[in-house]
Design a protein around this ligand. Structure first.
Ligand SMILES: [Zn+2]
Ligand SMILES: [Zn+2]
Length: 132
């Protein structure tokens, strides 16, 4: 789905696109923004009105002045690493969740690590980069 007016990816500066996860009746349940260039997927399930594309767009387009990569690029909040144990057939991956705005970032299918610790280090390294 193309959704106009999205700011560029904060991690790599490329164009991003919006998608939605669907509920059982195939109605949009929560929106996410994905970057094809670096693989970043940012889920906004936690934000109020997660089922409203305008709210997800506003959450993505927000940028904080702080650019040192240690806080959430969207709100400046504190973040925690979320270790999602890999499926047996899949490479380890993890996500980073903001405790304040609940944006959840992962780099789907682009983290090539054999252990969970490596996957977390690589995710954090990529996430800490700021282009925008
Ligand atoms: Zn990107
Ligand atoms: Zn945040």
């Amino acid at each position: 789905m193309y959704y106009g007016g999205l700011a560029r990816c904060p991690f790599c500066g490329a164009k991003a696109d919006m998608g939605a996860s669907l509920d059982a009746e195939e109605r949009p349940k929560a929106y996410f923004v994905a970057c094809d260039t670096c693989g970043a997927h940012v889920f906004f399930d936690g934000i109020p009105s997660a089922d409203n594309p305008e709210a997800a767009l506003a959450a993505w387009n927000r940028r904080t002045a702080e650019q040192d990569g240690k806080t959430c690029p969207f709100c400046g909040g504190k973040v925690t690493i979320d270790s999602c144990p890999p499926e047996p057939e899949e490479a380890p991956e993890c996500g980073i969740e903001c405790e304040d705005c609940h944006a959840y970032t992962s780099f789907w299918g682009t983290i090539d690590s054999s252990t969970q610790a490596e996957a977390e280090a690589e995710t954090l390294k990529r996430w800490s980069k700021r282009k925008i």
